[in-house]
Design a protein. Structure first.
Length: 92
């Protein structure tokens, strides 16, 4: 995934490496929040009814991390991190 994003934007891509046999994310994304680049992975999920969502409610769960750079070291961390949406923030 080689894509440059403008500040305060995200670009999401379907993960072609996902198969029914592996647990790779269905979507991968890269973004920029206040000048800090990050990567995101998204998986389709279904509520088990443990909380505010009724059992069977479909939603996206995900992971956000610093953008990986070729030498293996993550980027320098900025003072603020990208926001993380909770299940309460998702309108469906």
């Amino acid at each position: 995934m080689n894509h440059n994003t403008k500040e305060n934007t995200v670009a999401m891509f379907h993960n072609e490496d996902r198969t029914p046999e592996n647990n790779k994310p269905l979507f991968r994304a890269i973004g920029n929040w206040n000048g800090q680049e990050f990567e995101m992975s998204l998986w389709p999920s279904e509520s088990k009814g443990e909380g505010k969502m009724p059992a069977g409610t479909k939603f996206w769960s995900g992971q956000i991390k610093e953008k990986w750079v070729k030498d293996g070291a993550p980027q320098q961390q900025a003072a603020s991190s990208p926001p993380v949406a909770s299940s309460e923030d998702i309108p469906f």
